[in-house]
Design a protein around this ligand. Structure first.
Ligand code: UDX
Ligand code: UDX
Length: 459
């Protein structure tokens, strides 16, 4: 099938490349010329395991194109994905101006025939109908016609339906998640659109590219637009709340002398609870949980409901970052003049994304308290995103990071942090103290080396 993906960010580029990999022809459109140039040369502007390989393969088989030309993308495709950013506004509402710009742009370029317009970006509930209206406005403006968009479309033989197809991709495993989804959600009022979308995803539904092709077909949830949009928000809000729950339990464990890692294991074996997303630590960040939970709270508020549970989950998360500082103060007393080394900067491992990363708050707090901050991150230290930071010295080697530190804080659970030479690092430090912000490291091994190990809820 002929697909156009508009917005080649963490979601759009993965979606486009993976759909091309399954055999469709995909035109990726982005208004950032630098990105388009980079992708045309076969390189990915984002770090996502496995992405550049499938980009290069699909491009070499002429199934994946990159362009800044929206008209070319729209007129040569039957299914148009909107995958531009929907960041949170300072008020907490979703910033949908990019979605609006793209929807209007699609309207001005729509040609004769039937198209499916897909909201891949996470948009506020009820946006499906709003996108339809914007597309029709764009069409009417193009024709300078004073008739309505609907009439203009009919006159020109243009037909389309809007589909909500939320993404459930985790950064760092987005390619894997695309080929191995737990479910595919399709929301629309148009039957033809739902049929085309099921045809588009058939190879993935039949697990043709899955890790385990013998598993039963992927479940496809066919529903209306608003329910599909709500599924996305509810999924992220639940996962974020589950993490805030275990973080709250960890904070109680710290006071009663229980070990939250054991507690998480003990409750997670109850299949109603499940073992995933019960890793206590310094809290959740990234480009999705913070903005999606906040958008849900604001949507509830817009409709006269006070989402207290979600607000509490956000409050617990905000406080959780402070806990690493409190533990440092407990160990070192005065932080002024001390040197603190951060292991990891990104909001989670296997990504280069720093959006709302807990490390940013720690750097700000530690500077405010007069501490000197150093950091090492497997990606940031290599790609030099570090240049953009203030108040932190980004080291290119984890062992140099330890040199002269009064304490280390593990901020991101990168796999490679398990196997660092902690014996050597302990000798380089003024105080071999480590705050394990993700309860990720081997406590016994570190204590044997002579570290004072401090976890979150592991007293
Ligand atoms: C975005 C949303 O933030 C997320 O809520 C949704 O679930 C998926 O899409 P992400 O892929 O991280 O996530 O967005 P971002 O990394 O900001 O990339 C957006 C891309 O769209 C950028 O490459 C930007 O250059 C491009 N863009 C933006 C356009 O091509 N046109 C525009 O008008 C605006
Ligand atoms: C999330 C959702 O998982 C995904 O389905 C949705 O499409 C986008 O948002 P992502 O934000 O990429 O994906 O990462 P995720 O793996 O969910 O982690 C989010 C944050 O929660 C990270 O900061 C991570 O460190 C934290 N986390 C995760 C915990 O603190 N504990 C856990 O047990 C799991």
């Amino acid at each position: 099938m002929r697909v156009c993906v508009i917005g080649t960010g963490y979601v759009g580029l993965v979606t486009g490349a993976c759909l091309a990999h399954t055999g469709h022809h995909v035109i990726c459109v982005d208004n950032n010329e630098e990105k388009v140039k980079l992708m045309k040369s076969g390189r990915s502007p984002i770090y996502e395991p496995g992405l550049s390989e499938i980009m290069q393969k699909s491009a070499s088989e002429d199934r994946l194109e990159f362009t800044g030309d929206l008209k070319y993308g729209v007129t040569n495709s039957d299914i148009l994905f909107i995958a531009v950013g929907t960041p949170a506004l300072p008020s907490g509402d979703s910033d949908t101006r990019y979605v609006e710009a793209v929807a209007r742009g699609i309207g001005t370029h729509l040609n004769k025939g039937y198209k499916v317009i897909v909201n891949k970006s996470t948009v506020p509930i009820g946006s499906g109908d709003w996108v339809r209206m914007i597309v029709l406005d764009g069409l009417a403006e193009r024709e300078h016609s004073d008739t309505s968009g609907d009439e203009t479309a009919k006159r020109l033989g243009i037909e389309f339906d809007v589909v909500s197809n939320p993404e459930f991709l985790r950064e760092g495993s987005a390619v894997y998640d695309t080929f191995n989804p737990d479910r595919i959600v399709l929301g629309s009022n148009g039957k033809r659109a739902l049929q085309m979308m099921q045809e588009l995803y058939q190879p993935i539904v039949e697990r043709k590219f899955a890790e385990d092709a013998s598993m039963p077909p992927v479940s496809v949830v066919l529903t209306d637009l608003s329910s599909a949009e709500m599924i996305k928000y509810a999924a992220n809000a639940f996962l974020a709340t589950k993490i805030s729950f275990i973080n709250e339990i960890a904070n109680v464990c710290d006071r009663v002398g229980a070990d939250v890692v054991q507690v998480a294991k003990g409750i997670g074996l109850d299949t109603r609870i499940g073992t995933k997303f019960l890793q206590a630590g310094i809290g959740w960040g990234g480009s999705c949980f913070p903005k999606d939970v906040s958008a849900m709270i604001h949507t509830a508020d817009d409709y006269g409901y006070d989402a207290q549970l979600l607000k509490a989950a956000v409050d617990v998360n905000k406080r959780q970052r402070q806990i690493a500082i409190e533990k440092l103060q407990h160990e070192l007393k005065i932080l002024k003049g001390k040197t603190i080394g951060l292991l990891g900067l990104t909001f989670k491992p296997d990504t280069d994304d720093m959006r709302d990363a807990p490390a940013l708050n720690l750097i700000e707090q530690l500077n405010r308290l007069g501490a000197k901050v150093k950091a090492y991150d497997p990606i940031v230290s290599q790609t030099g995103i570090g240049q953009g930071f203030t108040g932190v010295v980004v080291e290119t080697d984890p062992h140099r990071l330890a040199d002269g530190c009064d304490a280390l804080v593990l901020v991101t659970d990168w796999q490679q942090f398990e196997t660092l030479d902690y014996e050597k690092m302990a000798k380089q430090m003024i105080n071999p103290v480590i705050i394990d912000g993700r309860n990720f490291l081997d406590r016994e091994k570190l204590e044997k080396i002579g570290f004072r190990y401090v976890g979150i809820g592991r007293s």
